[in-house]
Write a protein that binds this ligand. Sequence first.
Ligand SMILES: NC(=O)c1ccc[n+]([C@@H]2O[C@H](COP(=O)([O-])OP(=O)(O)OC[C@H]3O[C@@H](n4cnc5c(N)ncnc54)[C@H](O)[C@@H]3O)[C@@H](O)[C@H]2O)c1
Ligand SMILES: [Zn+2]
Length: 419
Amino acid sequence: MGRLRPSPRNPGQTMKDKTTIASTVIEPTAFGAVYHQRFAVNYDYPVHFTHDLFARDNPVFVEALSRKEPNKRHRFLAFIDADVAASWPGLAHDICGYAEHHGERLQLLAHPETIVGGEQVKHDPELVTRLQRRLLDLGVDRHAYVVAIGGGAFLDMCGFVAATVHRGVRHIRVPTTVLGQNDSGVGVKNGINAFGVKNFVGSFAPPFAVLNDASFLRTLHPRDRIAGIAEAVKVSLIRDRVFFEWLESQVDALHACAPDATARMIRRCAELHMRQIAHGGDPFETGSARPLDYGHWSAHKLEALTGHELRHGEAVAIGIALDSRYSVQIGMLAPGQEERIFAVLKRLGFYLWHPALERRDAEGRWVVLEGLREFREHLGGELTITLLREIGRGEEVHVMDEAEILRAIAWLRHRESAQ
Ligand SMILES: NC(=O)c1ccc[n+]([C@@H]2O[C@H](COP(=O)([O-])OP(=O)(O)OC[C@H]3O[C@@H](n4cnc5c(N)ncnc54)[C@H](O)[C@@H]3O)[C@@H](O)[C@H]2O)c1
Ligand SMILES: [Zn+2]
């Protein structure tokens, strides 16, 4: 676009680009002028569901990297979650073999690096700096790729590294957990924890591609496999009654981690998350709502309060049970529905209570309630919490009654001890 000057004949002139999406509207004001700058950026990224990603005849990886420039040799670097590397000892070798086999289109910049995984990677700012330095040393530029292979926590940390180097290098996510494949990996956020606050530092940075390989789930600890199903229960409750009923009918298969039921659960859950991001009108959460974070205000607090002894999904399951009971107590959800939700979560294998729910500070205040404030502060603006109107339909509220929350906590304790 050339230089912009307000036209003397038409001070409110609009200069549009060829697509008419962008405009710079110049308007004189009493103290000068204002240039209203407007443009839109389109994002698109494929989310693949595949298996044996690094088998040489599987084209998914090479095609994902070359989809925008098919005739180029693409430089990439891979970071592997240590538990994944330990469970798949041949993985780094397979990646090297794959790169060699597709050598006309791929160039591996260094031997894949194994880095510790799990929530601890989100508490380690020095690790972030070390990896940023590594990208510098290897000459990773804005056309090279950082491939991260691991759980949701590992991808959050690697995604943050990729998003901050050169203000954003291309990032390929290979989620290896249920939660990574059905929720966190397919979305647009990354982040690390800081100052005792979950995801305090991070960015919105859509990935270049997401490659969900079902094979990895075979080695995932059952505790982590189950934990990821909490996100499917969550999204079904607020968006899709039929999906909730399907989960209800498949609860034993899901508990047993049956591959077919697990694959179907992951696909539907990922679809619902992707639909929200693409069609919800606020992919980068600039408003006051976090529409898919049902049950999360207490979950994030519980994770921190338990020193991350509770997995994210385990804390979410407790948060779902709490907010479902609360929805009944305030007359929003029909009585009895919370029992149905409680039953599904129990049969999946969740323990729906933690003593941290009743922790008090030195002044006798209930610490979990700070989660509400932190939830609001994360976004700013008005407190917005999704509750349940009915199974399959969430509804936002802007106030939560603390006495009712405490009653719901007491109900949970009683309900869990009666099991
Ligand atoms: N960015 C987002 O939009 C978003 C959304 C939801 C959750 N999250 C984040 O995701 C994280 C939770 O992710 P998670 O549930 O995947 O847990 P996780 O990343 O902590 O992984 C759990 C454990 O499984 C190991 N592991 C991973 N894949 C494995 C495999 N295939 N075989 C054997 N072991 C394996 C990991 O090393 C780790 O020890 C939390 O930090 C949460 O805040 C992010
Ligand atoms: Zn979550």
